[in-house]
Design a protein around this ligand. Structure first.
Ligand SMILES: C[S@@+](CC[C@H](N)C(=O)[O-])C[C@H]1O[C@@H](n2cnc3c(N)ncnc32)[C@H](O)[C@@H]1O
Length: 274
């Protein structure tokens, strides 16, 4: 009899849980529908366009423009502003930069020139032929970015890194496995940048959207004058996730944080929000 009651209780719990899950699913789908409707209206508006709207001087852009001969670089033009925005704090620092995808070696030379004499560049490629791009400041590591053991051995050899640029094979599986094996090897203050996240309903984009949910988690300790929330390990170390056309950037805090807080500053307050 007791077992029957327990089974019934567990069944009721499951039904309630499933109903909650279903409601959440329907609510989220409805938000997605609203977003598509809004985008449809937005995309109907006329916008004046300009091809070159770079407003800051960008040494990477200049390097690319002047790279008319020699080792090839193949990048989408709008990536250069994204790189410069996130990477410029490392210029002339002892920074360790790893790019997956070497191809014709030109981008390795570009990073070396941009970050300066104190940087160390690591190039990863599946093709043995890329070994020729190794030099005093640049180490080439041959392997498959989709192989988790490759990454484990690589970090044993080179230690943690400051910047990772994934310009490798670009399948969503490669992108996900690479992120999972490398994000925790990035130093505080470091950057993870994944290129060529193409098309709607991209599986890698879908995967990283859950990271946005993780960043938004809140567990409030109630104190009216200073709201604080504890943080998960992810919130403690990840400062931001930025989405650009075809690029996802994840940035780490300079030092991990222990909480998020919203203190009140000032003495005069409206009564309606107590
Ligand atoms: C788009 S190209 C890289 C372009 C280069 N970064 C540049 O800016 O000119 C992609 C490179 O990724 C390499 N690649 C493809 N699949 C790979 C994998 N599974 N692991 C590592 N490298 C891979 C290819 O051999 C190729 O050289």
């Amino acid at each position: 009899m007791y077992r029957k009651i327990r089974n019934l209780a567990s069944l009721i719990k499951q039904i309630i849980f499933k109903r909650k899950e279903l409601r959440l699913y329907l609510e989220l789908s409805s938000e997605r529908t609203k977003a598509s409707e809004y985008l449809e209206r937005y995309n109907l508006e006329k916008i004046k366009t300009e091809q070159d709207n770079r407003d800051v001087k960008n040494p990477l852009w200049d390097y690319f423009q002047n790279n008319k001969e020699g080792n090839g670089i193949w990048k989408w033009e709008h990536y250069f502003d994204i790189y410069h925005k996130h990477f410029n704090k490392f210029i002339n620092k002892e920074v360790k930069v790893l790019e997956i995808g070497i191809y014709s070696g030109g981008s390795l030379g570009m990073w070396k020139s941009y970050f300066g004499d104190k940087c160390k560049i690591y190039g990863v490629d599946i093709k043995e032929a890329c070994k020729i791009y190794e030099n005093d400041q640049t180490k080439v590591l041959i392997g498959d970015q989709e192989d988790r053991n490759f990454w484990k051995n690589l970090f044993k050899e080179i230690g943690p890194i400051d910047i990772i640029i994934d310009d490798g094979g670009h399948t969503t599986e490669q992108q996900r496995i690479t992120l999972e094996e490398t994000l925790s090897e990035i130093n505080p203050g470091g950057i993870y940048l994944c290129e060529d996240v193409h098309r709607e309903n991209n599986r890698f984009a879908e995967y990283t959207k859950s990271f946005v949910d993780e960043l938004n988690k809140i567990k409030v300790n109630s104190n009216k004058n200073n709201l604080t929330s504890g943080v998960t390990n992810f919130q403690s170390s990840i400062k931001s996730i930025c989405y650009y056309p075809y690029v996802t950037v994840i940035e780490k805090y300079e030092a991990p944080i222990s909480k998020l807080s919203a203190p009140k500053h000032g003495t005069v307050w409206q009564p309606f929000f107590d």
